[in-house]
Design a protein around this ligand. Sequence first.
Ligand code: ADP
Length: 624
Amino acid sequence: RADCKVQIAPPREVHDRLQGSKESKEKQDPPFDWLAFWHLLKPQLHNFLLAVASALVVSLVNVQVPILLGEVVNVVAKFTREAAREGRNFMQEIYAPSIKLVKCYVVQAVFTFSYITFLTRMGERMADDLRHQLFNSFLKQDIAFYDRHKTGELVNRLTADVQDFKSSFKMCISQGMRSITQIIGCGVSIYFISPQLAGVTGLLVPLIIASGTALGSLLRSLSRQAQHQVAVATGVADECLSNMRTVRAFAMEEEETRLFTQEVDRSRQLNEALGTGIGIFQAGSNLFLNGIVMGILFAGGHLIATNEMQAGDLMSFLVASQTIQKSLAQLGIMFGTYVRGTSAGARVFEFINLTPEIPVKGGKIIPYHSLMGNIEFRNVSFAYPTRPDQEVLNNFNLRIPAGRMVALVGASGGGKSTVAQLLERFYDVVRGSITIDGEDLRTLDPAWLRGRVVGFINQEPILFATTVMENIRYGFPAASDEEVIQAAKTANAHDFIESFPDGYNTVVGERGVSVSGGQKQRIAIARALLKNPRILVLDEATSALDAESEAVVQEALSRTVEGRTVLVIAHRLSTIQNANIIAVMQHGRLVEIGTHEDLKKMGGIYADLIRQQQQEESANTDNT
Ligand code: ADP
């Protein structure tokens, strides 16, 4: 039913809501948790230090290379001019500088390999750790958390955000180390090669930084907008495609196409603007940097002509100053990477650090033999945490004696399913209490409560994409094959399971055989039976079935409920007439309670509901 509520919302509203939530999310990125980061890094500290040390060696070698290249060129240049004449041995002179250069290249290769290896190892292990912690934290969160956050958002944190954080962190270390060392090292080198030339070039550095930063931040903001817009367009498509039946039923295809086109167009415009910006940036900086090269060549040539400099030194100078320029550009890019990485990391840590209000386990356990299954709701008031102002239950009182069946009826939205969810302790009551055999639900171990005491069969049972056997065993993982088969027999499921191609080993779900609604229900009943629960909650278990399947499911259910405390929530009044007690709910309150006969005689709300349903049924029969 929750789905229906979302689906009937007109697409325009859905879309606005979607955009709104994304924007508010962007604005409220939590601060980066450095302590959590340190805890994540600590186990990888050795890889981290090895990576940093190797990256440092590579950078220092990179600083050496231009100087050594210059030495080699100097020898070469000398021999082109005077070698043959003076009879000097080229091989002898070139030997020392080239061996130094070769050694440098080898060291560079070895340490490049080692820093990439250690960095990758560190990054992957940290990402693995993060995913593990995050998933673990997700599974512990309150059901209210899942009311607040969409699955897509959570999956995104688990995949894209972790990925972003990892690659940004790796990049900051490798590039950051390299850029900074190279800027300092090459800066020192060019100063020693030619203080005059270095001075002039140095004057240009602030100009490069200033213009690069300004243009860079403009482009980054454009790119963020474009990315956001792509996400909005994807969101529209996602919402539409996953609710295709509703879209078709309201003949909204054209409207949806228009919406999607509009968003895609907007994202194209932004991306085009971004492309133009990048074009200008690239062209401009190329022109500028090449201008610097020309300038250095010109000024250097002048110095060579006046014998103040050698050709090789000019070459070293050029290479070193280019390295500085490249490193500065890298630092600019790195700043963006740093911002992206820390905000992705902050989003991941935010959810890892979140503690649920209702723990998933821990607390009192009632020993199996003394567990009776008496349930009592006493003065329960409740509002969903996402809508604290709307009181869904209001001083609700209900006793379900052990071994009895109580049916909750009433108009939709009256709070029936909420009662069932509170019994599972998906949420805690706001006021009042729920007790099982006199013990407050809040003192009991939730894992024991859900895993062993309360069985839950709802109207849309979920099967996982695995075998029938495993799907039933989900109710009680320790069960043997025989126990599973026995449960399936009681649930009227054995025969149809046996008729599947691989029997109990048949895979169901998206890529396996498809099962009908009634079959799904019976698998779900077998699953619930397997844990042999004292208390059974049936949330409209048969409302989605045709008459024939309903009869089979009903038969399975009547066997299932024997000897247990049962709470049934049903719209079909016909299916619950043999409940021991019928409780009628309206606006979150209990308004009538008694047997079917009592309530009919009383002529109140229940009698009205019965009359209404009879009218509907006869109208349906007339139509058919
Ligand atoms: P019923 O089962 O009688 O149809 P529900 O218990 O499903 O009624 O719903 C009672 C009220 O609580 C409704 O107004 C519904 O909109 C609201 N509600 C149900 N589930 C949630 C939820 N997860 N978050 C917020 N409100 C909810």
